[in-house]
Design a protein around this ligand. Structure first.
Ligand code: FAI
Length: 504
């Protein structure tokens, strides 16, 4: 039996090769792999001896030769033909590829990136995978132990099943490799919306179920991307559910928008309370008090390490998930006592652009994620009175919150905390009504943010009736003048952002 070993990542190589040698395999290898094996005292046939041709062009051509590929591709019923050609068969191919993705992620230039496009390796993997009824193909070091075990066992059927699984993995591996190369070209030549985009999804784990118990679900990573929830470390509690992930991401996105200590509670993708304060414990208390009913069973995101004081406030409340950049040991000890509460340490604030993908049946809507900052230079006071300093702070705060709500959305805030939220309504006046009714007396002296312009002056008039003092909204309606006049009549200040922030 003969094995061809040609690997860039030499993890586990020596143990694997030793195991193969003990099973009676002759080992054939390319330059660096052969050297590593020989240095470890193993007997190796250099691939040049098989091809009768040196490795040339700085490694661009090593295994690309009929004496290699005929040996890999010959079916069991073609071995006589192979013998007549004077070519010996290969029974196993273990190849892993030049690290193209890692090289370009490290900022390599075009010339270096091109050199890292493996040609011979994928060719070998595809050939061996095609011929899996006879040949073993091993593309990942983590598969070495299973292959050795199957070779040592006397179960031809189980071995054939494993060879088929390995073949499927090898084709997925080379396809993903080519997808990374294609993405590298298209990013450089076509930008984020190329004619064809190849998404590679790697399973991160099965989920117990989807949005509802009758829906099966799993979590996947998008190859080449990272994200706060994908990088998060679960410190305690039950496994995260499908809905937990969605809600935790929504909470993390909003809490990451604040510089000062902040707390955000989310239910069903929408914040139900958000607040900033000099300390995290105060911020959480304010976010909780914003809607002490809805937070029940909610998800809380905090943008500072959770200290003992905050943990004391979190502990009595039934929550699904708490996520934060860190947990102090006392806080962890206190909260981990609650077995059902999931605690997530999230290393990175959610910052920077990414592509937002939304599924249609048979299609995908792709857009830049809405991370555009509020441009101070774009802010325009359009009323006779301007916001006070405290109102400005609340307007900026409310604007961040309204962006996180499903449209149509209205957020009311006061003293760095939400006091009323209206979201997911089909009319803006209904969103306003919901927010104002929820706030009640707390609307007096509060500020209001709207995710899109006011088509009529009704929202402003209603807000004035409740005592709202200042409004922030994109502006741009045909009837802006009516809303401005209503604000002026009530002595309210109004600021235009020039930026619409729908979330559908
Ligand atoms: N050109 C070839 O014929 C060729 N054959 C195998 N390789 C790659 O060479 C690497 C191993 O090289 P070495 O054994 O010299 O460290 C592997 O990643 C393998 O995928 C090749 N290199 C690139 O295409």
């Amino acid at each position: 039996m003969r094995a061809l070993l040609s690997v860039s990542d030499k993890t586990g190589l020596l143990e694997f090769a030793r195991g193969l040698a003990e099973l009676g395999f002759e080992l054939v290898s390319t330059g660096g792999t052969a050297r590593a094996l020989m240095d470890a005292g193993l007997t190796v046939t250099p691939v040049e001896r098989v091809t009768g041709f040196p490795e040339v062009l700085a490694g661009r051509v090593k295994t690309l030769h009929p004496h290699v590929h005929a040996g890999v591709l010959a079916r069991a019923d073609q071995l006589d033909e192979l013998r007549e050609l004077g070519v010996a068969p290969f029974d196993l191919v273990a190849v892993n590829l030049y690290p193209f993705e890692r090289t370009v992620a490290a900022g390599a230039g075009a010339a270096e990136a091109l050199e890292q496009i493996d040609i011979g390796g994928p060719t070998l993997l595809r050939a061996a995978a095609k011929n899996h009824p006879r040949v073993w193909v091993v593309a990942r070091p983590e598969d070495y132990p299973a292959v050795l075990a199957a070779l040592a066992a006397d179960d031809a059927e189980a071995a054939a099943r494993l060879r088929e699984r390995l073949a499927a993995r090898a084709f997925a591996h080379t396809a993903a490799y080519d997808a990374a190369i294609a993405a590298w070209f298209s990013d450089r030549l076509e930008g984020p919306f190329p004619e064809r985009r190849l998404l590679v999804l790697d399973k991160a784990g099965d989920l117990r179920y989807g949005e509802n118990p009758h829906q099966a679900a799993a979590l996947y990573r998008v190859r080449g991307e990272t994200g706060p929830l994908l990088e998060a470390e679960q410190l305690s509690g039950k496994a995260m559910s499908f809905n937990n992930y969605g809600d935790a991401e929504a909470a993390w996105n909003l809490v990451s928008a604040f510089e000062e200590p902040a707390a955000v509670a989310v239910k069903h993708q929408n914040p139900c309370g958000a607040a900033v304060a000099p300390t995290l414990a105060e911020a959480f208390q304010k976010a909780h008090d914003a809607d002490p009913v809805s937070i029940f069973g909610g998800i809380v995101a905090l943008n500072r390490p959770v200290d003992a004081a905050t943990a004391e406030k979190l502990a009595p409340i039934f929550l699904e998930v708490v996520l934060a950049p860190e947990f102090a040991p006392e806080a962890l000890e206190r909260l981990a006592r609650k077995k059902n509460l999931r605690l997530l340490r999230v290393p990175e604030p959610a910052r920077g652009g990414y592509l937002d993908l939304r599924r249609l049946r048979g299609g995908l809507l792709v857009q830049d994620a809405d991370v555009a900052p509020l441009e101070e230079a774009e802010l325009r006071v359009v009323t006779r009175s301007a916001p006070s300093e405290a109102e400005w702070a609340d307007l900026r705060f409310a604007w961040k919150v309204v962006r996180a709500l499903r449209s149509n959305a209205i957020a009311l805030a006061r003293d760095g905390a939400t006091v009323g939220l209206g979201m997911g309504q089909t009319s803006r006046i209904d969103a306003a009504r919901h927010a104002l009714e929820q706030a009640g007396e707390a609307a007096r002296g509060a500020v209001m943010a709207s995710d899109a312009f006011f088509p009529f002056d009704d929202v402003v008039r209603l807000a004035a009736d409740y005592g709202v003092r200042a409004v922030i909204q994109p502006g741009g309606s045909k009837r802006d003048a009516d809303s401005i006049a209503a604000a002026d009549a009530a002595g309210m200040a109004m600021v235009f952002t020039g930026l619409r922030v729908f979330r559908h």
